[in-house]
Ligand binder design. Sequence first.
Ligand code: GAR
Length: 190
Amino acid sequence: MKIVIFASGSGSNAENIIHHFEGSEITVAGIFCNVEGAGVIERANRLGVSCVLFNREEWKTGNRVDALLASYSPDLIVLAGFLWLFPQRLLDQFPHVINIHPALLPKFGGKGMFGMHVHEAVVAARETETGITVHWVTEKYDDGAPIFQGRCPISPDDDAHAVADKIHELEMAHFPSVVEEVLKDIQPKS
Ligand code: GAR
């Protein structure tokens, strides 16, 4: 089965997923990235995974990007640090799209809630725990049905960076196996 990952940041989750499926029947066929110079591009090159860079115009119109995505024939699309809305036109074509969010949705989700902004909001709200949510993707931000949540405690002296480290650990520990579980329930395309 084939996975395509959409990412725009450092790509630590993308790399972790690629390693997890090495030597298995599941392959990460490609990475789609919308940020020039993003760390994920260097990781993709180093790992020998093809990487497609696209811009906002191509994302809005579907020109080039839709046909390229279809050419990978993905069974599952994984958003790992991808911050643009996933359009309904692509959800109609690819119904299996999941996202990872670095908080316990429905808390701390929505537009503008990504990366350090999330951890800063969590600390400012004096939460005593946070975590990660893997969920199905809809045409709205952080809105689809949850698939998995992992939790960690927050100590009173944790700042946003300490929370980010805990979230990173949770993501590294759980995301690839959640992807694997999701794939078990999907009928292969070919
Ligand atoms: C991850 O922490 C992911 O949860 C977050 O972006 C980071 C990407 O890191 N996603 C969001 O904030 C989505 N709203 P990575 O590029 O190192 O995988």
